[in-house]
Design a protein around this ligand. Structure first.
Ligand SMILES: Nc1ncnc2c1ncn2[C@@H]1O[C@H](COP(=O)(O)OP(=O)(O)OP(=O)(O)O)[C@@H](O)[C@H]1O
Ligand SMILES: [Mg+2]
Length: 354
């Protein structure tokens, strides 16, 4: 559905200005109907990349194909029609404050000169889809962030696009509202078999929404694949760091405070992180560690997430017998084809009881 070939973007350079090489040769292929995530740090080139897909940004080199068409070849008139087939949702909603919810959603159709009664017929179902029927006559200033983003989504979908581009659409929202918007986008993807490109700097958005993901770093794709595989076996240091941030953020604060980097002081115990996947992997590994391998440990924290309906869990244990016990535990876990590593050290006296 979308194919990017050797995409390059160099900003600036006019009349002795400073240039910036924002995209350095991007090759990417996105299938029809899939939700494709692009993740990277600030300044990596995410927004530049997504804006090339509807030609809001012209490229310096390479080609963009949407539905088989090289979009650089479109005339201005063709470009206007093409852009109707590509909806876009933004981080800061970009709503018109002087228009009501209805007026904002109707705008793309008005610009396309769709007759008034036809507009009404198409706006109502969109408001219903995003759950805003009762807010039709309200103005953006009367809405919460999540409601504003719902308007943004309805406006992007009203022209029945084939592709939906989402640039950091949940970054301005609190965690609960984020989850609702992600659920809505997933639901829309299933109902409309819409191809979606989702830009984010948060691994949790990728985990909860996307089918496949590409990691962009300094203008290059450094890793890509199925979301589950990338989460379980991140290969590139940038991916590993993004996932580590996400995992660390999910650790209880009280625990984060007491785990420190090595080497551990006298009497301190290593903390082993165990990553497990597959059904029922959690219970067996705990009982096997103690019963089969005779390893003495203390569970500090643990969680199980579901990525694409497959369990993915992380367990933090304190190896009570110091580094020897930790190494035994790691060897045992690795013999079960799971991942384990020492992530830091704790003073046993500082570990909260229970
Ligand atoms: N119009 C512009 N002129 C010059 N440089 C630009 C322009 N737009 C972006 N850049 C530069 O290109 C690089 C990539 O910018 P881009 O906005 O694509 O990053 P991003 O990954 O979306 O970052 P963020 O997560 O902060 O939104 C940055 O270093 C930025 O400073
Ligand atoms: Mg950006």
């Amino acid at each position: 559905m979308i194919r990017l070939e050797g995409l390059e973007k160099i900003y600036g350079g006019g009349r002795g200005g400073v240039t910036h090489h924002a995209l350095k040769g991007i090759d990417l292929s996105i299938d029809k109907g899939e939700i494709f995530g692009i993740i990277g740090r600030s300044g990596a080139g995410k927004s530049t990349l997504i804006r090339t897909i509807n030609r809001l940004e012209d490229v310096t080199g390479g080609r963009v194909f949407v539905d088989g068409v090289d979009i650089a070849t479109l005339s201005n008139a063709e470009l206007t029609i093409f852009r109707r087939s590509v909806g876009m949702v933004f981080q800061h909603f970009n709503l018109l404050s002087s228009r009501t919810v209805y007026g904002n959603v109707a705008l793309p159709l008005e610009l396309a000169k769709v007759p008034k009664d036809e507009i009404a017929k198409r706006v109502q179902p969109m408001l219903e889809l995003v759950g805003l029927t009762d807010k039709s006559d309200r103005y953006p200033s009367e809405l919460s962030g999540g409601q504003k983003q719902r308007v943004g989504i309805a406006r992007a979908l009203v022209a029945e696009p084939k592709v939906l581009l989402c640039d950091e659409v949940t970054s301005a929202l609190d965690p609960e509202t984020t989850q609702q918007i992600l659920d809505l986008l997933r639901d829309i993807n299933r109902r409309m078999s819409l191809t979606m490109v989702v830009i984010t700097h948060e691994m949790s958005v990728v985990r909860d929404l996307c089918d496949r993901v590409a990691v962009i770093d300094d203008g290059l794709i450094v890793e890509s694949g199925n979301v589950f595989d990338v989460f379980v076996k991140p290969a590139h240091p940038t991916t590993q760091a993004l996932i580590a941030n996400e995992i660390e953020a999910s650790l209880p604060k009280s625990l984060r405070r007491i785990i420190h980097d090595g080497p551990g002081g006298p009497g301190e115990n290593p903390v082993v992180k165990i990553v497990f996947t597959g059904p029922n992997a959690y219970d067996p590994i705990i009982s096997q560690l103690s019963r089969t391998a005779g390893i003495d440990f203390n569970i500090l924290a643990g969680q199980v997430d579901y990525i694409q309906n497959r369990p993915f869990g992380i367990l933090f244990v304190e190896a009570k017998g110091g580094i020897d016990e930790a190494e035994k535990a790691i060897a045992f876990v690795q013999s079960r084809n799971l991942k384990a590593e020492v992530i830091g050290y704790v003073d046993p006296d500082s570990v909260p009881a229970g």
